[in-house]
Ligand binder design. Structure first.
Ligand SMILES: [Fe+2]
Length: 179
């Protein structure tokens, strides 16, 4: 994405655009599925299978709109602070859309536009941030293994053990890395 200081909710595509291949996201430890969000209410078996395989035992649902979230503008600015977590961050977009930005191995931002039906897993220890897009509306399921811990560790967080763990985990899987 570009580095302009325009509204974080704009696409911020490079010109010309540089698409990020799925293999690169995979090499960063990011996982993405496209599910049928309309099947969620009826117990979507694909979601159930992913939850079971990855041990996601907790879920809650958040709706973020200017009407639903007091202090909306300040809140979305805080979501946009670059940070990492000591666990995976798992979001399933049931409605609306937003951008998750992750750092690649060269410390460049990669912007992932998540729309209805996107299930995204951001790995422990990766620097990332979130913003709504110009629709200003997202309804998302938050999944977690066990009791949720949402604590963000703002960059720099090199002393958080999850950071070293993450860097070790991606060292051998980097696309294009020397053999
Ligand atoms: Fe986060």
């Amino acid at each position: 994405m570009d580095d302009s200081s325009e509204d974080q909710r704009l696409p911020h595509r490079l010109d010309p655009n540089q698409p990020c291949p799925a293999a690169v996201l995979h090499s960063l430890g990011v996982r993405v599925w496209a599910l049928d969000a309309d099947a969620y209410a009826d117990g979507d078996p694909r979601l159930a299978a992913i939850r079971k395989a990855r041990g996601y035992s907790y879920e809650d649902c958040v709706t973020i709109t200017p009407e639903a979230l007091p202090g909306y503008e300040d809140k979305i600015r805080s979501f946009y602070q670059e940070h990492l977590h000591t666990d995976e961050e798992i979001r399933y977009i049931l409605d609306g859309s937003g951008y998750f930005d992750v750092r690649d191995l060269e410390d460049r931002w990669v912007r992932i536009w998540c729309r209805k039906g996107a299930l995204l897993v951001i790995p422990e220890g990766i620097y990332h941030r979130f913003t709504l897009d110009t629709s200003n509306h997202v309804k998302a399921l938050r999944l977690f293994v066990g009791v949720p811990v949402w604590t963000p560790h703002n960059r720099p967080a090199e002393d958080v053990p999850s950071r070293a763990k993450y860097l070790a985990s991606v060292a051998d899987t980097a696309v294009g890395a020397a053999a």
